[in-house]
Design a protein around this ligand. Structure first.
Ligand code: APR
Length: 229
């Protein structure tokens, strides 16, 4: 029976694939204020700007490739029952080969009806104003914007509660409810964090930190995990 390895990832794991993080770029997302492009209000006020912002990020994701951190997590599936819970909207974990990936904040390669979140379709090109879902309403990015509920959080918490080992890679742990997942990991299990600059909020019991870029820290993590197999 393989041990259950639960991994919470954030933008930092995709940084070395060339995708910008959110809080390293002095609070601007590719030059935009979050309020302008990633809230329901932004969508009402200027949907074209929101569509342009996500169309650009979708192009960036399609140009990016997984890095050693994504690939190592996929390889660990040979030894552990790996569950990835990611805040990222890119598909780099999937492209690296991870089989169980839960996206807390949506997926940039999907779009949905602006009034019915059950109507979800794949998208690799641009979403244009006037593009309609089968229900006749405008299509929007399948992304969880600020102030919107995080539908997958309960599922993510249930997975985290079952962890035998818990790992955090490349997240500032600044955004809730995602950041609150660390509190669902069983108190006594071994926990690890890999980050270029380990966030202070990660004071967890039985935690070992590897302060390094993800592609470097992942090697130390792999060695530590193999010792726990
Ligand atoms: N290797 C490892 N860690 C890195 C690297 C790297 N090369 N580069 C940056 N980091 C770390 C930073 O130190 C930081 O802790 O990754 C983290 C990035 O934090 P954020 O930019 O806040 O990204 P994230 O935590 O994923 O944001 C959470 O907030 O903006 C919303 O919905 C958005 O999903 C996002 C959520």
């Amino acid at each position: 029976m393989k041990k259950k390895l639960v991994v919470l990832t954030g933008a930092g794991i995709s940084a070395e694939s060339g995708l910008k993080t959110f809080r390293d770029s002095d609070g601007l997302w590719e030059g935009y204020e979050i309020e302008e492009v990633a809230t329901p209000h932004a969508w009402k006020k200027n949907p074209q700007l929101v569509l342009d912002f996500y169309n650009m990020r979708r192009k960036n994701v399609l140009e990016a490739v997984p890095n050693a951190a994504h690939y190592t997590l996929a390889e660990l599936e040979n030894r552990f029952d790996v569950h990835i819970i990611t805040q990222n909207v890119d598909d780099l974990h999937e492209r690296a080969g991870s089989a169980k990936v839960l996206h807390l904040h949506g997926e940039i390669l999907k779009m949905r009806s602006e009034i019915n979140e059950e109507i979800v379709l794949p998208v690799r090109g641009d979403i244009l104003w006037g593009d309609k879902a089968p229900d006749g309403y405008q299509l929007r990015p399948h992304i969880v914007w600020f102030e919107e509920p995080v539908p997958m959080i309960e599922t993510a918490a249930a997975i985290t509660r079952q962890a035998d080992i818990f790992v955090v890679i490349g997240t500032s742990l600044a955004v809730y409810p995602a950041a609150g997942l660390v509190n669902y990991a069983p108190w006594e299990i071994p926990k690890f964090i890999v980050d270029k600059k380990i966030p202070s909020t990660s004071a967890l019991y039985n935690l070992q930190g590897f302060e390094a870029p993800a592609t470097e820290g992942i090697e130390h993590l792999r060695k530590a995990l193999l010792a726990l197999e």
